[in-house]
Design a protein around this ligand. Structure first.
Ligand code: FES
Length: 108
């Protein structure tokens, strides 16, 4: 499995005055993502440089995190059989997340 969201890509996280939970990995669209316990899926993806989570159904414009508090629904992803805002889902080891575009291409 390719791992394109890890290692040096994690440079957007600050290292000063932050106590992190244990390091873990989860997957987004079958790609491993490095994260830390306590982060949301959206925060972990933002930190590794992934900004686009879906495309607008109206004009196919890229859409991603906006409010980071569960209000805008711009960050919707699939976790299991539920569509949820990525900013409201805590990362967990082995968590499998799928973007709407990926799921539409591979599962629908
Ligand atoms: S960024 Fe607005 S609901 Fe997640």
């Amino acid at each position: 499995m390719a791992n394109s969201f890890s290692g040096a890509d994690m440079s957007l996280r600050t290292d000063k005055a932050v106590q992190r939970g244990p390091a873990l990995q989860f997957t987004v669209d079958d790609q491993l993502v490095d994260a830390f316990s306590g982060e949301s899926v959206a925060a972990a993806l933002f930190a590794v440089g992934r900004r686009e989570l879906r495309q607008s159904p109206r004009d196919s414009a890229p859409r991603g995190m906006f409010c980071m508090m569960g209000s805008c629904q711009e960050c919707l992803v699939w976790v299991g059989q539920r569509q949820v805002p990525a900013c409201q889902v805590p990362v967990a080891a082995g968590l499998a997340v799928q973007t709407l575009s990926f799921r539409r291409q591979h599962l629908d």
